[in-house]
Design a protein around this ligand. Sequence first.
Ligand code: UD1
Length: 390
Amino acid sequence: MKIKIISVVGARPNFMKISPFIHAINDYNSLHQQPEVEHLLVHTGQHYDDCMSRKFFEDLDIPPADINLGIGSGSHAEQVGNTMIAFEKVLQKHRPDWVVVVGDVNATLSCSVTAKKERIKLCHIEAGLRSGDMSMPEEINRLVTDRLADLLLIPDLISEGNLLKEGVPKEKIVFTGNIMIDTLEKFRDKVKGFSILKILYENKHPDAAGNSIETEIKDFSYALMTMHRPSNVDNETVLKSLVRFFIEEVTPEIPLIWPIHPRTEKQLKHFGLWEKVIETKGLILLNPLGYLDMLRLNMSAKIMLTDSGGLQEECTVLGIPCLTMRDNTERPVTLQEHGGASVLVGNNVLHISDSFKKAMQSPHIPVRPELWDGHTAERCLKAIIEYKSL
Ligand code: UD1
């Protein structure tokens, strides 16, 4: 007997979630268990730059995708529509038993809808997260995917409450833990030996100012930042005030390392802020980093400033104080009030400023939410194999 699974990746945050799942399938098959699992990996191609995609396949030891749909950039409707058209053909050709999607990007939504229309069972890894903010494209993707999924694998019990409130039958939900932490646990020892200076030199943004990196981070105390959400980078007034805060309040206190997302770079140039950013002393501008380099920098950061969901989780497990530049989060388990490392600071600079001063004094306390133990992928695969339809 055989179970045929197609799993899907599209954008950067998917790669850390699918890598452990593929390795769990390989480990399972190597023991010659029944039913055998046949697996195909589909990359929708939403992220296509080497530093947003290929580097992650290398870092995380993901085999090349069996099928690449080559969707690329575009409006949301273009990305979703083009993915559905291409993925439908894949499903009609390969007829898997299951489609497995992860996270909340456009690939997750598109492939979920297509799978259900083709009457193929759908499993969502990282189900049940809710920000309650319908202006976030990811929230729409989560809601639709979870409404359609046959099997909802949740990272924490808050997510179970969200799904039950929406009327999802309890039997469809399995608490498997946080799959991204499997990746963190697998690589944290390996990256300890990586040189921070080497990472900074090798990934320096070509436009960055000529200051020597050694003088910028003399005692290896630094803040680390990532920012790419439309709510922070697509509005000129917001982006301007954030940049002023980084330049006038953060860099005089502590060097700020900023691996810059292509969307953010494009918007800084568009709003005429780029020159100011690249000339700022104490701001170390990098190209987008691969997973391993980012993990290394995160492990030694004094604080993190971010609007990413995944980094809130990684900071919680690593104990790095994290200022989350958003008004809400779909990951409340990472917040300080739930024992995590993250504080929501929005994008109003008056609030961020206070929290920044406090966070600079905060101790580093690692926290491990239940089942964030490095073994989530095995539980996900087991849940699929043992699935019994309602
Ligand atoms: C997507 C996800 C977001 C995730 C983020 C991580 C959705 C709705 N959003 O947002 O949840 O946190 O990925 O990065 O799926 N671009 C490049 N090269 C690339 C990819 C993108 O230059 O390889 C540029 C293009 O100008 C593109 C823009 O970045 O238009 C935005 O890319 P897109 O995939 O639309 O969304 P992200 O902002 O990356």
